[in-house]
Every structure is written in C-alpha cells, then in structure tokens.
Ligand binder design. Structure first.
Ligand code: CMP
Length: 136
C-alpha cells in the first residue's frame, strides 16, 4: 500500500547545494516525487508546520532558521514512505543519533540545521501535506 510523506530540504541543504543528493537518495530508495517546489516559508506557515514544538526552548530559533532562506518542499510517495524517508534521513541529532550512510549522518552536525525534515506519522503527514500543498 502506498503512502505519502512531506519532505523538506531545509535552508542549510539548499544553501549547500545538497538538494540533488537528497532527491537522488529518495529516488534510489524506490520512492517517487508527487510534488516538488522551491519555497520561502512565511512565519505563519512555519508556526503551523512546527506547532507541536510551540513552547519548547528552541521554538523561536527553529522558526528563525526555517524562514532564513528558501527550502525545497516535496511530497514523496511509495510503500512505507514515512518510515522509509526517516530511515534515509537518520535520527534528529546528526552526530548522536544519525548513523553514517544516512543523510544527516553524512551531511550534518547540528540538531537545528539538520538538512531535512520528514513527517513522523501518518497524522503528521496528512496535516503537513495539507499545509504545504493544499491542492494535492
Ligand atoms: P525536524 O524533523 O524538522 O522537526 C523538529 C525540528 O526541531 C528538528 O527537526 C530539529 O531540527 C529541531 N530540534 C529538535 N530538537 C532540538 C533542539 N534540542 N535544539 C534545536 N533544535 C531542535
């Protein structure tokens, strides 16, 4: 059964020219792109996207970072797409959790500028896809 997930290449990934690397790994894994767009995120969309982190100590910094430059937003689909992309991404902390071979393990060091975002559950995926690509 196919499912969909929302993937972001964060401002650090776009700035460093790693968009192609992220997309190549998604495609090689056997997942497909259902939507793909370069976007500058408004504060409003950023707040909605990260609503579950509202109130945490890093919330303001996270909003500043995600709105600091263009991101690439994608809807990725395929069997087990949510878990499959999270495997490609690696753990949130690029050094303590992400293993070498994963995107964060290979290309990131900081928890905040950790290259990519992927939805963490079917509920998050549905909410995030509706927020970023309402026409899908
Ligand atoms: P992401 O998958 O986009 O979802 C929430 C983001 O918050 C996460 O990736 C990290 O970039 C960021 N984040 C999580 N924990 C921390 C933290 N302790 N300090 C700063 N940023 C964090």
């Amino acid at each position: 059964m196919s499912e969909r997930t929302l993937v972001l290449v964060k401002p650090d990934g776009v700035e460093r020219g790693l968009v192609g690397e992220v997309i190549a790994r998604i495609e090689r894994k056997g997942l497909r792109l259902a939507a793909l767009e370069l976007r500058t995120v408004s504060r409003e969309v950023a707040e909605q996207h990260y609503a579950e982190h509202d109130g945490k100590p890093f919330f303001t910094s996270l909003l500043d970072f995600i709105t600091s430059g263009p991101v690439v937003a994608a809807v990725v689909e395929g069997p087990r797409a949510i878990a499959a992309f999270r495997q490609l991404a690696g753990g949130t902390d690029p050094v303590e959790k992400a293993t070498p071979g994963s995107l964060r393990g290979d290309f990131a060091v900081e928890v905040e500028s950790n290259l990519v975002h992927g939805s963490d559950s079917p509920e998050s995926a549905a909410r995030e896809i509706k927020l970023w690509f309402p026409s899908l």
